[in-house]
Design a protein around this ligand. Structure first.
Ligand SMILES: Nc1ncnc2c1ncn2[C@@H]1O[C@H](COP(=O)(O)OP(=O)(O)OP(=O)(O)O)[C@@H](O)[C@H]1O
Length: 322
């Protein structure tokens, strides 16, 4: 359904060119939930914005392609990408208030999207809007449909945003840490509801988060990003059971319930490299306790290690971990 091949993105800044993404590749199949994890600044959002054609003006895509249903979205014109956004690809961003119109009732906002995408009458679209609220587990949807966003709690607003993003209905939903500001229990319920919707409708979800725990519960596959590169990807259970990249191991060790109890806790010392002046070798080498000379001079490429798992690490390739 979606395939990102060797995507590279740069930003022009006053202090130089930030090489934000370098040869990023991953894909999402129909109905699949893919979780993208990595520290702040690792390029998760820039990748999502590239898919949606929403990169800021100072960004340049310097290489690669993004194929959605066979078409390279990077070659689409403004109108075509707008049509894709919203109709084929829904999005849920971090702050729900920015996605909602403050002076329109929730029901009218939803009905407008449904009317536009499904060509229904106003009345019929409103009826579907109430149904859509019910689908995101909002009780008394007829009542909530008549409310304005400011009258709702954070969790309710988030549900409305998801209903809006799913209204077209899209084939792919991109959710960028959509629930971080919420209470943990509410967050858990919302994620469960999203997974249910995905299962029911066969919607693929690209889920961008810092939270490996969430990925372990929700996602079929995981993509681990570091400093604008994919360092490991695979079936979630495989990667969590047997992480192959030292960065993935370090991320996992911060989660005691998921980590291998026999493995000592690793603190990730050091800093992410300056993306204006990227290191020649592996981007993680300066923080990797296992790095060898080769890691500092030659960049490892993402290679398939098992049927379901790929990793960009020289140590793994040469078996020197074992
Ligand atoms: N408009 C911009 N101008 C310059 N640099 C940018 C711009 N947008 C993003 N970047 C840089 O691109 C890199 C990747 O950022 P991105 O927002 O994708 O990270 P992220 O992994 O999504 O982080 P977070 O988890 O904090 O959202 C960062 O180094 C960031 O500073």
């Amino acid at each position: 359904m979606l395939e990102i091949n060797n995507l590279s993105v740069e930003f022009q800044g006053i202090r130089g060119t930030v090489k934000a993404l370098q040869n990023v590749s991953y894909s999402i199949q129909k109905g699949e939930i893919v979780g993208v994890v990595g520290e702040s600044g690792s390029g998760k959002s820039v990748t999502a914005l590239s898919i949606l054609g929403l990169l800021e003006k100072n960004a340049t895509i310097t290489g690669g392609e993004i194929r959605y249903a066979g078409r390279n979205v990077l070659t689409l014109n403004k109108k075509e990408i707008q049509a894709l956004r919203g109709k084929e690809i829904g999005m849920v961003f971090q702050e729900p208030m920015t996605a909602l119109h403050p002076t329109m009732t929730v029901g009218s906002q939803l009905a407008e999207v449904i009317k536009r995408h499904r060509g229904l009458s106003r009345k019929e679209a409103y009826r579907k809007a109430v149904e859509a609220l019910e689908e995101v587990h909002i009780h008394a949807p007829e009542v909530v449909a008549r409310k304005y966003p400011f009258e709702l709690s954070g969790g309710m607003r988030q549900r409305v945003v998801i209903a809006l993003a799913m209204a077209a209905p899209p084939n792919l939903l991109i959710a960028d840490e959509s629930t971080t500001a919420l209470d943990v229990t509410i967050q858990h319920e919302i994620l469960k509801m999203m997974k249910e919707l995905s299962d029911k409708r066969g919607t693929s979800i690209l889920f961008i988060t810092h939270d490996l725990g969430v990925v372990s519960r929700m996602c079929h596959r995981i993509v681990v990003m570091y400093a604008g590169e994919v360092v490991e990807t695979g079936i979630t259970s495989e990667v969590l059971r047997s992480p192959k990249h030292p960065y993935t191991r370090a991320l996992l060790s911060a989660l005691p319930d998921l980590a291998d109890p026999d493995e000592p806790l690793l603190a990730i010392g050091g800093e992410v490299p300056d993306l204006r002046n990227r290191p020649k070798g592996c981007s993680f080498a300066s923080r990797c306790i296992q790095a060898v000379d080769r890691c500092r001079v030659q960049k490892p490429i993402l290679e398939r290690r098992t049927a379901d798992q790929s990793v960009a690490c020289w140590l793994e390739r040469e078996g020197s971990h074992e």
